[in-house]
Ligand binder design. Structure first.
Ligand code: DUC
Ligand code: ZN
Ligand code: ZN
Length: 466
């Protein structure tokens, strides 16, 4: 048997096993796993390295319109490049339906943004903001058949949120169509009330973003989303969970027999609301929703990663430049937290943070790292076993990790379009040193060695949860 590439002397890590063998790759797929493979155009020596499935980040925002005059800091080129440097081989960005437009129109626009631009593979979730009878009755079933098998709905943001009757109708259509629904759970009415109260009190600093979106607003909406899903018997994903009370809602729903997946993100492990209370303006760098909470919530989120409350660890990469009229410090944002765009960069730092804080510090083992960073995303969103594992027949989407490599995160080593990282100065142990997409090396050490356009669009199967 001959190969295009053999990876030798590494330790393979999957979501279930850790073992030594060589990996043989031909035509972009893994075709052999055995000792002493021979005869390849290229031999990669992975001595001292872990051979892991490339990261799959199932929650990123790229080139998404974010309000008047606001520009997201990453397009599909810079976002997928940054993702690749962070050990990822697939990302799932959102495709936003504009009110009054169809889902097909939205998809056409996002495919045009992504076409020829990506360094790694991509697949869209569709954000449904206008659930008309045409959207729910005609488009959604046809789109699922075409491989668009997940959607997101918002319970917050005036221009994005769906009301309960709309959420029910969307969940009901998702059930019959076979789409998996991701839900952003925060109570918009409570938040608007609290924003108004802060403004009336003359409280405009970034720290009031956190107090205007309290745990109770997230917990209540999480409970409501789970109840609505139960009423129409539809599985859902609760995304970007920030605290224990919302986690308990997920646990209780599961105990009642509901099918629900949970996701948390690095910001809920590494940041707190105190970060928003940095110097007057710098707090804007940490404005995201739900907001980071407190030290106890960080502990809770680690527990959730350990005990299975969370299936997914995603970045929620939603990058804006800081010192920029079109970013965090836009004219209105400088004066009032309400106008600071919500979201922080993190697609490149997600996996190093989970590896360093999780594996290197002994909170999770290597197999759980792979499950949370790759395999579970592939399974839940209909890409498994083509993606998300190291197995014969799978795409050769592989990250080689040096578990001893020490790196201090600073913005100048990152490849995203933002002008800051919320994790500036964080010391990391463990870093991806080579990243391959379908057998082709994209990142080798600090070098980019592939061309833009290597990334493919991925149609997906239905989630096994639905
Ligand atoms: N929700 C997200 O999923 N990402 C960024 C902002 C938001 O509210
Ligand atoms: Zn969200
Ligand atoms: Zn998001």
């Amino acid at each position: 048997m001959s190969f295009d590439t053999i990876i030798r002397n590494g330790t393979i890590v999957t979501a279930s096993d850790t073992f030594r063998c060589d990996v043989g790759i031909r035509n972009g797929r893994i075709i052999a796993m055995a000792e002493n493979l021979d005869d390849a155009d290229e031999i990669i020596d992975a001595s001292g390295l872990y051979v892991m499935p490339g990261g799959i980040d199932s929650h990123v925002h790229l080139a998404q319109p974010s309000g008047d005059g606001i520009v997201m800091a990453d397009d599909f080129a810079s976002g997928t490049l940054s993702a690749a440097f962070g050990g990822n081989t697939t990302v799932m960005p959102f495709c936003l339906q504009e009110k009054g437009s169809t889902l097909r129109e939205a998809l056409k626009a996002y495919h045009a943004k992504a076409e020829g631009e990506c360094y790694i593979d991509v697949s869209f979730h569709i954000i449904v903001t206008d659930p008309t009878s045409h959207v729910l009755g005609q488009e959604l079933p046809a789109l699922v058949a075409d491989g668009y098998t997940s959607i997101k709905v918002f319970m917050t943001y005036e221009n994005l949120r769906l009301r309960d009757d709309e959420i029910l109708a969307t969940l009901d259509s998702a059930r019959t169509s076979g789409a998996l629904v991701m839900v952003h759970c925060e109570n918009e009415d409570a938040i608007r009330f609290l924003i108004g109260r802060h403004e009336a009190n003359g409280e405009f600093a970034a720290k009031y973003h956190a107090t205007s979106r309290p745990v109770a607003a997230e917990r209540e909406a999480t409970h409501r989303a789970l109840s609505l899903a139960e009423i129409v018997d539809t599985p859902i994903v609760i995304v970007h969970v920030s605290n224990r009370q919302a986690m308990e809602e997920i646990q209780r729903a599961r105990a009642r027999g509901s099918k629900v997946a949970g996701e948390t993100c690095p910001q809920y492990l590494m940041l707190t609301a105190d970060d928003l209370n940095a110097t007057e303006l710098e707090g804007a760098k940490f404005v995201c929703s739900p907001p980071p909470r407190d030290a106890e919530s960080q502990i809770a989120c680690w527990e959730g990663l350990q005990n299975g409350t969370f299936d997914l660890f995603s970045s929620d990469h939603c990058p804006f430049r800081y010192d920029d009229d079109a970013g965090k410090l836009n004219e209105k944002g400088k004066r009032n937290f309400r106008w600071i765009p919500n979201g922080i960069p993190g697609v490149e730092t997600r996996l190093p943070i989970l590896f360093s804080e999780g594996v290197s510090k002994g909170r999770i083992d290597l197999n759980r790292f792979v499950a949370l960073s790759s395999t579970n995303h592939a399974k839940l969103y209909g890409l498994y076993p083509r993606k998300g594992t190291i197995a014969i027949g799978s795409d050769a989407d592989i990250a080689l990790w040096d578990p001893k490599k020490s790196v201090v995160i600073t913005n100048d080593i990152l490849h995203h379009g933002a002008d800051y990282t919320p994790y500036e100065g964080l010391a990391i142990t463990g870093w991806p040193v080579r990243v391959m997409v379908r057998g082709k090396t994209v990142i080798n050490g600090e070098a980019l060695v592939a061309e833009k356009g290597l990334g493919n669009y991925l149609a997906r199967a239905r989630s096994p949860l639905v």
